[in-house]
Design a binder for this molecule. Structure first.
Ligand code: ADP
Ligand code: LRH
Length: 498
């Protein structure tokens, strides 16, 4: 075991990156070789309605450029792995896309899911949860596919590939369905590595639409010729936890059973790593999901609207300042604005409202401050009055949602939770980390920022033998802990957990 380099392609909802990881038995070093914005695109579709899509071709181009840069940066690239946000997919016929992949925030499934909008014949929310363990979010792949069927586009397709699998196909020519991300479709049987045939039938999804499963750590294929020559050699593509949150949980240096994680980015994903799913009605009502993890672990977590509330507010304020502007524009490089807003929010002394960050009205792109103000007014609360007050209100509301979710996770799993590991871009938000420690009463251990890319890198490194192939997730996490010693926040004495 001598070490070497692998490349992680990590696509987040607001930005993507290609990161080179140098890994050995006691080494973990990252080098960013490319970073690019991920801007959704709205286009007019039927009946004057706009469709919200991913710029999948722009992303593909940026990935190719990034991998070429990775090839120039190292002579010993051993593997490539791809992760992205969950649930979204491309439909293909004979290898060609038959439509533009939709963004999960597109309104075609808004208010949908089982029991509303999108019908899955006789399967109720309770049935679906008991069978899959997956929370009933309107944008789950199963509901999006039902919408495609209703629109007639599903009939055109002979293949569906989740976003990282679509990129994998374009890299290698091989179709595969990676298991952690497949769990987010809402069509896998809970705790199994198999589709639920009844759910597929109810959604009108033909057996064989999805490619054969591949677990994280297995080879997908070699790079196709044009890209291999840009990278400088034929590098194998390895399946990783291709759901970004699955990779983030691998990269979160959890210490023990009393540790929870919060993957903090566009979304806040807060939960526990378990050996078995919890599919009780109580867990469903509490909004917990059981996603598939690397090494067949279960990610028992809650989707909490995350820094989307803040980034979308900043976008609205920018548009106001510019006297209008393109309502679909997002920009990953706004940290100077963010830094001054966060500093001002830390100085707010007025009482700010705590709103329900999970309210459906915050899901679609739009004027977030106006929606937050409307929520407050309709719940008899004084709406925030200035930008710093809005920012403070968002962060207090997120921290309150984390505290509630931690209590529920602890109650549902029977585990005592003392430590919360915060990873991802949002872990750089000092005020949010402080509020989270105070409201949860937990010790908050912060970092690494790039936990997702690290989880992606480490699963490849283990498969390539750059660390022992027998390494457990615990020993991979020990490597993370020593390379990225966490920053620590203790709750203020009045807030400490009993
Ligand atoms: P995703 O993977 O969902 O695209 P990231 O993990 O990259 O998200 O996190 C993006 C978020 O991180 C931004 O919305 C922003 O709120 C936060 N963030 C990024 N940089 C900083 C920073 N320097 N200080 C505080 N927060 C930051
Ligand atoms: C975070 C994430 C999350 C999903 C959402 C659609 O990027 O993958 O885990 O629920 O995007």
């Amino acid at each position: 075991v001598t070490g070497g380099s692998v490349a992680a392609v990590d696509l987040g909802a607001t930005s993507g990156r290609v990161i080179l990881g140098q890994v050995g038995p006691s080494t973990l070093r990252l080098q960013h070789v490319a970073r690019f914005p991920n801007r959704p695109v709205a286009v007019p579709e039927a009946g004057g309605v706009e469709g919200l899509h991913w710029d999948i071709l722009g992303l593909w181009q940026a990935i190719g450029d990034g991998l070429a840069a990775a090839g120039r940066a190292t002579g010993d690239l051993a593997s490539i792995g791809v992760d992205s946000w969950a649930v979204d997919y491309g439909l293909l016929r004979q290898g060609r896309l038959v439509g533009l992949p939709y963004h999960y925030r597109d309104e075609r499934t808004a208010g949908g899911g089982a029991g509303a909008g999108v019908s899955l014949s006789s399967l109720t929310e309770t049935d679906l949860y008991a069978r899959t363990g997956i929370a009933n979010l309107p944008f789950n792949t199963v509901f999006q596919l039902a919408a495609d069927r209703a629109a007639g586009t599903l009939d055109l397709a002979d293949r569906a590939l989740l976003v990282p699998d679509l990129i994998g196909r374009w890299l290698t020519g091989v179709d595969a369905t990676e298991l952690t991300n497949a769990s987010t479709t809402g069509m896998l049987a809970a705790g199994e590595e198999a589709w639920d045939a009844e759910i597929l039938a109810a959604a009108g999804v033909r057996a064989g639409l999805f490619a054969p499963f591949v677990p994280p750590g297995e080879a997908v294929g070699g790079l196709l010729r044009p890209l291999a020559s840009r990278v400088g050699r034929d590098v194998p593509v390895t399946a990783v936890g291709s759901h970004d949150t699955a990779s983030a949980v691998v990269g979160a240096p959890l210490l023990d059973d009393e540790s929870a994680y919060l993957s903090s980015g566009t979304w806040s994903l807060l939960g526990l790593e378990l050996d078995r799913p919890i599919v009780s009605e109580e867990a469903r009502l509490a909004g917990f999901t059981n996603e598939g993890g690397v090494d067949s672990r279960v990610r028992f977590l809650k989707n909490i609207s995350g820094l989307w509330l803040l980034s979308e507010s900043i976008r609205a304020w920018d548009a106001q300042d510019a006297g209008g502007g393109d309502a679909t524009r997002t920009d990953a490089t706004r940290s100077s604005d963010l830094a001054s807003l966060l500093a001002a929010a830390a100085d707010v002394t007025a009482e700010v409202p705590v709103f329900d960050a999970a309210d459906d009205s915050f899901t679609a792109p739009g004027d977030m401050p106006a929606r937050i103000a409307a929520w407050c007014t309709s719940h008899g609360l004084r709406a925030p009055e200035s930008r710093p007050e809005f920012v403070r209100s968002i962060l207090e509301s997120l921290a309150a949602a984390y505290a509630a979710a931690l209590d529920e996770a602890s109650r549902l799993s029977g585990r005592r939770i003392r430590t919360l590991h915060v990873v991802g871009g949002g872990s750089q938000n000092d005020l949010l980390c402080r509020l989270t420690a105070d409201r949860t009463g937990c010790t908050v251990l912060v970092g690494p920022v790039e936990a997702t890319a690290i989880g992606n890198v480490l699963v490849q490194a283990r498969a390539a033998g750059l660390v022992p192939r027998s390494s457990s997730l615990e020993s991979l996490r020990a490597l993370v802990r020593s390379a990225y010693p966490p920053r620590r926040y203790e709750p203020s004495p009045a807030a400490a957990r009993a």
